[in-house]
Ligand binder design. Structure first.
Ligand code: PXL
Length: 277
């Protein structure tokens, strides 16, 4: 069984980051180790306040212990992290890598044209360092624009605009780009998947509802599916399907996240046949 290490915060309440990654990567039949970068009482996307315990100092302690014990990982999947954690994370990704280990970076820092609360305006430049050398980066349109120093805008991207943006994202040093939130027609929303040679698209019918945490669901399923041998386009398509299932299964008065738990049987079924005994 493949082993992924996910490095991102634990938001104790909020259905995002580690509390989403652990169950969804596991549901793909992939072992999911976690390294919490911080513990928050709840996420910062809509609650009026939160507590934040930074765990930066612990990252290198854990790294040393894993080196001593010879613990390595087949893949690293990073999400919401802070500026001071970029260097320790880069160090872990090189010192704890199994042969052929891959790096999946979700530059979780912004959505709907704005950085998340608490990130300074120059944070995208720091996040770009984590993207340099990544095997896969999974920005949404806002994150993509900020990473390359463009003004984010939410709509009006033509196919040429998207592919130019993707070229600039490869210019950061990312081998493959999975850009989410792409739309060329109001009824559809999807992803563009680029390996630097070609760009392929996957679309689903647009569900008109603001939902928090969907990027984390998408990245977690993408990481798990990729480790189970799916191509990047297949992994992206499955990730989008799980996001849609989860949104549709969420009660209309549930505002702070989506009920991804209800999509776990759908996801696990994808991997039951080829699940290792
Ligand atoms: O879903 C991304 C995310 C992760 N972690 C924390 C967040 C957010 C988005 O707002 O606040 C703490």
């Amino acid at each position: 069984m493949k082993r992924i290490l996910t490095i991102q915060d634990i938001s104790c309440v909020g259905q995002c980051s580690t509390t989403v990654a652990l169950p969804l990567v596991s549901a793909c039949g992939v072992e999911c180790a976690i390294l919490p970068s911080a513990v928050l009482s709840n996420h910062t996307g809509g609650f009026s306040s939160w507590t934040y315990a930074d765990l930066t100092g612990e990252l290198s302690n854990v790294e040393r212990k894993w080196q001593e014990l010879g613990i390595t990982f087949d893949a690293f999947y990073t999400g919401y992290v802070s500026e001071s954690q970029i260097d320790p994370i880069l160090s872990i990704m090189s010192s704890c890598a199994a042969p052929g280990a891959i790096r999946i970076v979700d530059p979780a820092m912004a959505d709907n044209g704005r950085l998340y609360a608490g990130f300074a305006d120059d944070f995208p430049v720091k996040m770009a360092r984590l993207c340099n050398g990544a095997d896969y980066i999974l920005p949404n349109l806002t994150e993509a624009a900020l990473l390359v120093g463009d003004e984010p805008h939410l709509e009006g991207y033509t196919r040429d605009d998207i592919e130019f943006l993707i070229t600039k994202l490869h210019g950061l040093g990312a081998k493959n780009v999975v850009l989410t939130g792409v739309s060329f027609n109001p009824g559809e929303l999807g992803s563009a998947v680029s390996d630097c040679q070609k760009v392929e698209y996957d679309f689903n019918p647009r569900i008109d509802r603001m939902s928090h945490g969907t990027g984390d669901i998408y990245a977690s399923v993408f990481a798990g599916a990729l480790m189970r041998g799916r191509t990047a386009l297949e992994a992206a398509a499955l990730a989008a399907d799980v996001v849609c299932e989860a949104i549709k299964a969420t009660d209309s008065d549930h505002w702070y996240g989506v009920s991804f738990e209800r999509a776990i049987p759908f996801l696990a079924k994808e991997f039951t046949e080829d699940c290792p005994a």
